[in-house]
Write a protein of this length. Structure first.
Length: 131
């Protein structure tokens, strides 16, 4: 997926994006991934990607809208009505921090997220069947 295989042994800790061979589908995916990582690191115009850019993957993932931590941050929800619902749930049920340490968030885990809000919204005892 590199235009020159020698780049693998030259000892550099960075790679010019132009050196990625995007003539194949895999190469296109590698180049798109590199650009995506750089964009999320605030380096949209960077010509190279380095090992340091990829070393702290948690920092990179934390900035993603959906970072896989199972937490929904109200501030990242674009729909104003849905954001209001999430903010109301946070007020009633509390919040947890996500990977980015954003405090105004709720967990999407069915065992934590659903029972609390449904219990609050329905007024039924916790653990009772909701129909």
């Amino acid at each position: 997926m590199l235009k020159k295989a020698d780049l693998l042994v030259d000892g550099s800790d960075s790679l010019f994006l132009a050196d990625i061979d995007d003539s194949s589908e895999e190469g296109k995916q590698v180049l798109a991934s590199a650009r995506h990582i750089l964009k999320n690191l605030g380096k949209t115009d960077a010509a190279t990607i380095s090992l340091a850019d990829m070393a702290d993957i948690e920092k990179f993932v934390a900035k993603l809208e959906f970072n896989g931590d199972g937490v929904i941050c109200a501030g990242k929800v674009r729909d104003t009505e849905l954001r209001t619902v999430i903010e109301d749930i946070i007020k009633c049920a509390g919040s947890v921090a996500d990977l980015s340490s954003e405090a105004a968030s709720i967990t999407a885990s069915p065992t934590v997220f659903l029972p609390k809000p449904l219990h609050i919204l329905t007024g039924k005892p916790r653990g009772s069947a909701i129909q």
